[in-house]
Design a protein around this ligand. Structure first.
Ligand SMILES: CC(=O)N[C@H]1[C@@H](OP(=O)(O)OP(=O)(O)OC[C@H]2O[C@@H](n3ccc(=O)[nH]c3=O)[C@H](O)[C@@H]2O)O[C@H](CO)[C@@H](O)[C@@H]1O
Ligand SMILES: C=C(OP(=O)(O)O)C(=O)O
Length: 424
């Protein structure tokens, strides 16, 4: 197991290329199961989650080729020879549940392991299942698996009214509905850029979809989808993460490929805290304005609100802000596990239920800390960028799920950061 060692310093200067979005790629890849023709994704990120999804698709009979240093994924599921997504793969990555909709739509049956909870909360999949039921599927939950069967003649269109917004359930239902008979309407649908990206890819494959990016998506089922080539949208969470680096360590960084429209609510919050954000054709450039970073309050919400996947990193910034900030986590029940680790670095944070009160301190101090999940890991690296001395972040495998070349990207703008084997 590797660790990352960061020595506080600064200021940072230069450019960081932003990768294709993990969370878009993880739903675009299962879309290949909807067609017997090849789907090619460009701008794919080089991440362990993508390798896990590759393994899952291959277990179902798809062929996945990684070309051009892994940035191009070419997938083909000419023949599906499996219907079972095994617990051994699903437990590694919750996004595995996204094969259920495509399998059910294409071959009329599927057996997919229930993902179970994870470090940030219980994370049930009941909304995914209710959507398939609204399309006529019969579901049986036994032995830890969902056994799903479409009605004779295949899934049929239906009205799916989500009681609250779910990104994954919207994606799963959207994919399934492309091949259902008749019209499906998804109400209270998620509006994330990754949903829009999935809709664009499905449209390129011949799907009839309207309303993507709003809370009502309408899908007119078609008999078959064909192959396509699609470029994966920019990773707005990686983008936001690296935008925080110069605010914490000082300096100026341009995130290549960044667009404000992907992260408006986040940009507004960091500007309130004292950031200067400039958009150009190249990307987003960020630096501190005159004066210290100021405390701000943050509530996580579905898009277009402030993303939960940037809450930990924002907390790292606010640890040394002037004043007291309150962060409210409204998406996941247990997503403050970075707080005790930041406290080990000298932060002053009180967590109560879904709220974290962060009393700004003048400086953090380096310490050995433990990554508990993906975004928590990177928040500790960000905190380490300006901390006094050395911060060693353990359990870096969490980080590898969602950040490619993190050491190269941050050392490229002048950070003192290296990766070592756990035993030295
Ligand atoms: C691979 C991927 O894209 N992951 C993202 C996706 O996760 P994911 O798709 O799992 O997140 P959801 O939007 O579904 O979850 C939102 C909330 O709804 C709850 N819920 C969800 C489905 C369900 O059937 N029942 C239910 O109760 C969840 O426990 C959570 O509290 O969106 C999250 C919210 O933006 C992000 O943090 C994740 O990074
Ligand atoms: C929570 C995340 O991912 P996942 O839904 O795959 O656990 C994330 O990307 O921050």
């Amino acid at each position: 197991m590797d660790s990352i060692i960061v020595t506080g310093g600064g200021p940072l200067s230069g450019t960081i290329p932003i990768a294709g979005a993990k969370n878009a790629c993880l739903t675009l890849m299962p879309a290949t199961l909807l067609s017997d023709e090849p789907l090619t994704l460009t701008n794919a990120p080089r991440l362990s989650d993508i390798r896990t999804m590759t393994q899952l698709l291959e277990s179902l009979g798809a062929e996945v080729a990684r070309l051009s240093d892994g940035l191009v994924l070419s997938m083909s599921s000419h023949i599906l020879n499996g219907e079972r997504a095994d617990y051994d793969i699903v437990r590694k990555m919750r996004a595995s549940i996204l094969v259920l909709g495509p399998l059910l739509a294409r071959q009329g049956h599927a057996v997919v392991s229930l993902p179970g909870g994870c470090a940030i909360g219980a994370r049930p999949v009941d909304l995914h299942l209710k959507a398939f039921e609204a399309m006529g599927a019969e579901l049986d939950l036994r032995d830890g698996y969902v056994h799903a069967k479409a009605p004779a003649g295949g899934l049929r269109g239906g009205i799916v009214d989500f009681p609250f917004v779910s990104v994954g359930a919207t994606e799963n239902a959207l994919m399934a509905a492309t091949l259902a008979r008749g019209t499906t309407v998804l109400k209270n649908a998620a509006q994330e850029p990754e949903i829009v990206d999935l809709a664009h890819c499905l449209q390129a494959m011949g799907a009839q979809i309207s309303g993507e990016g709003t809370d009502t998506i309408e899908i007119q089922g078609v008999d078959r989808l064909h192959g396509a080539t699609h470029r994966v949208v920019t990773d707005r969470i990686e983008l936001g993460t690296y935008m925080l680096a110069p605010l914490i360590a000082g300096g100026e960084v341009t995130c290549i490929g960044g667009k404000r429209s992907l992260l408006e609510a986040f940009c507004v919050r960091i500007e309130e805290a004292g950031a200067i954000v400039t958009e150009s054709a190249e990307g987003l450039t960020v630096r501190r304005g005159n004066g210290p970073i100021k405390a701000v309050n943050v509530e996580t919400e579905p898009f277009p609100g402030f993303p939960t996947d940037l809450q930990a990193q924002m907390m790292a910034l606010l640890c040394t802000a002037e004043g007291t900030s309150v962060l409210e986590e409204k998406i996941f029940e247990n997503r403050f596990m970075h707080a005790p680790e930041l406290t080990r670095m000298g932060a002053n944070i009180e967590v109560q239920g879904g709220h974290a009160k962060v009393m700004g301190v003048s400086k953090l101090r380096g310490a050995p800390v433990m990554a508990t999940d993906l975004r928590a890991s990177v928040s500790l690296i960000l905190a380490g960028l300006a901390a006094e001395g050395e911060t060693t972040v353990g359990r870096v495998y969490h980080l590898d799920r969602g950040y490619e070349h993190v050491v190269a990207k941050l050392s490229g703008v002048g950070a003192n950061i290296r990766r070592v084997k756990e035993d030295g």
